[in-house]
Design a protein around this ligand. Structure first.
Ligand code: 2F8
Ligand code: CA
Length: 131
């Protein structure tokens, strides 16, 4: 179990926010290597905590969300479908058919802050470790 530098505690769960940038798949691999996975957001409280943090961090971050299996069917990295969602209005839009199959949080002021983006985009990421 990792409780070392770089992990922060929100509501009983440990999160790791990267300081460098990677594609979605490399980000996921980094989390798995750390004994965790990309973050799964399944409550409003969790979304609010993460978004409040990211407002200061001001970086785009990958979350554990993808529709790579079936276009338009969004799933978390544990294979579950969304129980609650926080898409930016107008998203997900698979922008200009650019194969936007991976989910990120953008740091806009609104609570709804998820966007679908191309998986090879290099941004920061957040891992989550179950308690
Ligand atoms: O306007 C929303 C739109 O903004 C960008 O495209 C111009 C995003 N793409 C990247 O950041 C690569 C889209 O995902 C987003 O929908
Ligand atoms: Ca998009």
């Amino acid at each position: 179990v990792r409780r070392q530098q770089g992990w922060v505690l929100f509501q009983n769960r440990f999160y790791y926010i990267s300081s460098d940038t990677k594609s979605w798949h490399d980000s996921k691999a980094d989390c798995v290597q750390k004994g965790a996975d990309l973050v799964i957001i399944n409550s409003k409280e969790e979304q609010v905590s993460l978004r409040n943090f990211l407002r200061k961090f001001k970086k785009r971050v990958w979350i554990g969300l993808t529709d790579k299996e079936t276009e338009g069917v969004w799933k978390w990295v544990d294979g579950t479908q969304l129980s609650i969602s926080f898409w930016i209005p107008g998203e997900p839009n698979n922008f200009e058919g650019k194969d936007e199959d991976c989910g990120e949080i953008r740091y806009y002021d609104q609570e709804d802050s998820w966007n679908d983006a191309p998986c090879d985009m290099q941004i920061n990421w957040i891992c989550e470790q179950a308690p």
